[in-house]
Design a protein around this ligand. Structure first.
Ligand SMILES: *[C@@H]1O[C@H](CO)[C@@H](O)[C@H](O)[C@H]1NC(C)=O
Length: 367
């Protein structure tokens, strides 16, 4: 090992801080590859915040445990001092709210009764009948929990980060890793799965122990930091609990673009248009990706929509996120300042530590 300040910096790499977080309550999902499934991939680019990781980053497809990076980046040119990662939870179930809407829609289809049989007898491809028969396998208890694929997402992410930054994820730094998570079960579980992935990195082939017994300890829960929006009084008053804050979203839900889809879907499913609304349609749209991601099956819900519908529904979701989480109101982004301050304070500290270590003789470092 070379002597002098450079090697000291490397050896004394500052603690790795990994922050696990769910910034928004929407989901990202992944699934086993189904390249033959053209319908789903046709709609996939329009799932917005619900896009599968593989669809957003096709680089994950060949080998999800191997990172892809610019070979010139980092090579000899700079030394990573600290890694701070803000990580979303892995693939998860729909929420109870979404499941109830889906059940409502399913009930509508099953209530069609006699008309259903008549259409089937007529030999037409009846999508409504297919959907009425399609098992509704989501139960209330699932309520947004992490699914097995979601654990895999996190384990693979940990393995990619560890091989991307071998000096930071060295064996001696393992105990200095800090994981902070929100209290949401899918986030706590994501953090645990991430640590299990790292365990795999350090102990290939060995089954991971309980995370409580790992060197770095279990993820620390800190909602003030990770669910800053729940702790920002101004955001709660002006946006979250404000019935009119999303009036643009409400306007779009009843506007001509959505009305067209409602009529079209009512016609396809042969249910009264008055029984449908934008929320039900949106849940039906996302069920296409839920079924694929969680079950690995191509759902007939995917056949209800074409690309033009998908664009309208994508816009609806974007509009909601814009006003609730994005640029719509300045308090939306400002509520995250405490988290960003925390991140930058850790980075500043890491840089200062590195500078201090570069200036002291070897013997001082041992203290
Ligand atoms: C609620 O939102 C509307 C629309 O943005 C705004 O005019 C109103 O001041 C908000 N109410 C509160 C209490 O902030």
């Amino acid at each position: 090992m070379p002597r002098g300040p450079c090697s000291l910096v490397r050896v004394s790499a500052t603690p790795v801080a990994v922050l696990a977080v769910a910034l928004v309550s929407s989901l990202s999902r992944c699934s086993l590859l189904e390249p033959e499934n053209s319908v789903v991939s046709a709609l996939s680019p329009y799932f917005g915040t619900k896009t599968r990781y593989e669809d957003a980053n096709p680089g994950l497809l060949p080998d999800p445990e191997v990172p892809r990076r610019d070979p010139e980046l980092l090579e000899e040119t700079c030394t990573p001092v600290q890694l701070v990662a803000l990580i979303r939870h892995g693939t998860r179930y729909p929420t109870t709210k979404q499941i109830r809407k889906l059940r409502q829609l399913h009930g509508l289809l099953q209530a069609r009764g006699a008309e259903d049989d008549r259409t089937r007898a007529a030999g037409r491809g009846d999508l409504g009948a297919a959907l009425a028969d399609w098992p509704l396998w989501y139960a209330d208890w699932m309520d947004g929990q992490l699914v097995e694929k979601g654990r895999q997402d996190m384990r693979q992410l940990a393995l990619r980060l560890a091989s991307l930054f071998p000096a930071l994820f060295s064996r001696e730094n393992y105990g200095r890793l800090q994981l902070v998570t929100s209290s949401k079960h899918r986030c706590v579980d994501s953090g645990a799965a991430f640590l299990q992935g790292l365990w795999q990195h350090y102990h290939p082939g060995l089954p991971p122990p309980d995370i409580a017994d790992m060197e770095c300890g279990p993820p620390r829960i800190n909602d003030k930091l990770m669910r800053f929006f729940d702790h920002c009084e101004k955001f709660l008053t002006q946006v979250e609990r404000n019935a009119t804050a999303l009036y643009h979203v409400e306007a779009f839900k009843t506007g001509p673009e959505m009305q067209n889809i409602l009529k079209k879907v009512a016609d396809i499913l042969q249910v009264p248009v008055n029984n449908l609304n934008a929320d039900l349609i949106q849940v039906a749209f996302f069920t296409c990706s839920f079924d694929l991601a969680i079950k690995g099956v191509k759902s007939p819900w995917c056949d209800v929509f074409d690309i033009d519908d998908a664009k309208v529904l994508e816009y609806l979701n974007d509009l909601k996120q814009y006003w609730k989480r994005g640029y719509g109101y300045s308090i939306n982004s400002r509520s995250s300042c405490t988290l960003f301050q925390d991140i930058f304070q850790h980075l500043d500290k890491a840089v200062k530590q590195k500078q201090r270590r570069s200036c002291v003789p070897d013997s001082e470092m041992e203290k």
